[in-house]
Design a protein around this ligand. Sequence first.
Ligand SMILES: Nc1ncnc2c1ncn2[C@@H]1O[C@H](COP(=O)(O)OP(=O)(O)OP(=O)(O)O)[C@@H](O)[C@H]1O
Ligand SMILES: [Mg+2]
Length: 447
Amino acid sequence: MRGLLDAPMTSAVNIQNASGANRVTPHPIQPTGDQAGPWMGQNFLFKDPTFVKYLDNYDYKFCDDASKYEKLAKIGQGTFGEVFKAKNKQTKLTVALKKVLMENEKEGFPITALRELKILQLLDHENVVNLIEICRTKATQFNRYKSTFFLVFEFCEHDLAGLLSNVNVKFNLGEIKKVMQQLLNGLYFIHSNKILHRDMKAANILITKKGILKLADFGLARPFSMGQKNRYTNRVVTLWYRPPELLLGDRDYGPPVDLWGAGCIMAEMWTRSPIMQGNTEQHQLNLIVHLCGSITPEVWPNVESLELYSTMEIPKGQKRKVRDRLRNFVKDHNALELLDKLLTLDPAKRINADASLGHDFFWQDPLPQDLENMLKQHTQSMFEYYTPPRRPRGHQQPPHQHQQPHSHGHHPPHGHHHGPRHPHPPHARGAPHPQQQPMEGFHERVF
Ligand SMILES: Nc1ncnc2c1ncn2[C@@H]1O[C@H](COP(=O)(O)OP(=O)(O)OP(=O)(O)O)[C@@H](O)[C@H]1O
Ligand SMILES: [Mg+2]
């Protein structure tokens, strides 16, 4: 496994088929560099009928034609592209097709999508979304011989953001435990495989109609290593779920960044909307301090050495109020205790996935309870995309705050289209989404 991750990224792509077998494309999916001539731009060869015929009939052995799927509906509008519900015409299997944005590509297949693909191939677990294959539209003269690529995922009926927005969806304590247990199981698995998710948020948590939770959206994920000083980008994780170490400029972070997100999501299971909805990085840090107490070397040894510790303003004299403030929503004392441990300021002291799973919260009555029965009452999919904003207050969204986290700049910071109702927080990867009013039947912000 390590070997796969350590290998340099090449444009030859490993593709895992439904049966799990690994197949390697013999050729680059999209010719790059020197090979790019006849495909991109210089289209003199397209005028040669023999060449055109060759292209039209070209069979990419390990990358099926997208026409084997019938698109049913658009179910998501991510920063990096659209997601469609679709059906395999032959097997009738329902899937999700995530379009790989190529608009800004000058150098072939986007490295960010390759990274997502490579990581998803590595991760095979019940609580991680299953990548079935990658497919492409046929390159024809009508698309200037540029294929569109799709990541094909097993379809999940719900995402957690959508479920939490809907007042009719009620989770009892046992069901909340089941959600968190599966989420932490997924994190335990990816962290054991030396992968950081780096974009934990309710919209990236999918749940099947059978009640199986899947961590999704590995678009910002990366491998990590320990025992050496790393210099990862800290421009990751959607602002509302971003841990204090990233806000303070840490570049040598690890799995605790995902556990902070898990803590925010766990609290949201009761509050039903994100608990810290900052407008700017400074505002986010203020919200964290007001909940978790002042950030000092006493509670967080060595915090002074973080790059932005002296640049950011850190409110002084704040007491930790995690339990006090959440007690209004969370009555279970084990839940409060676990939340307190997940929302620990110092990443070195923050509870990890393994220890969380051993916490009394999961082992005392009521025990984790299957979600299938509860979900049966909600046959309509509840994707965040279809639900109204989860930030009812009318304050102004901040301007775009971030450069792209990836140095390649493959994705436009602006200008992508948004779905009709999009309640997203300022995104790690792009501009925040437009402000809208809440609608009836959906949860208002209460925390
Ligand atoms: N396998 C799937 N089954 C059902 N819905 C899915 C699936 N994958 C993604 N979606 C829906 O599409 C949305 C966007 O997908 P994803 O998060 O992978 O893309 P993204 O472009 O990285 O999104 P964003 O930038 O908003 O985080 C998800 O929040 C979810 O609602
Ligand atoms: Mg997403």
